[in-house]
Design a protein around this ligand. Sequence first.
Ligand SMILES: [Fe+2]
Length: 147
Amino acid sequence: MPHVDRLIADLFEEEDRAREMANRLMQLARTSKAAAAAERERLVTFLRGPMERHMAYEEKALFPRLEQKGLAEEVKVAKKHHDSIRSDCEQLAAATETDAIAQLVFDVARFMMHHTNFECDYIYPELTRSEWRALIQETAHEEHHSR
Ligand SMILES: [Fe+2]
């Protein structure tokens, strides 16, 4: 697979992974508060690591170009989601009661789900495959630095 196609596939796979993880955590939080609370550390590590790198790449490399393509409103919403995910993550890291931790695990997971669905439904389809290739090609070096 050419390099740029690999990068596009990576980006979409990251979204899929976030969605799957969110789905599983929401189910878990509905089933058992203790089980959901036990996932806190792993979730916080994911949010501060791969998820943060993914969001930072989007903000730095993708969003400015999407704004130029007339998607300023969509980008504004997506940025708000990113901020909510970050602040919920910090609350989650700081929470001490099992009930509160379980609730925050659920809240963050729901936000991740909502956000990835939003990007998939409202942002990604706005660009053609060749526009994506061009965009990713231009930003490939920034992607590299973020890892
Ligand atoms: Fe995003």
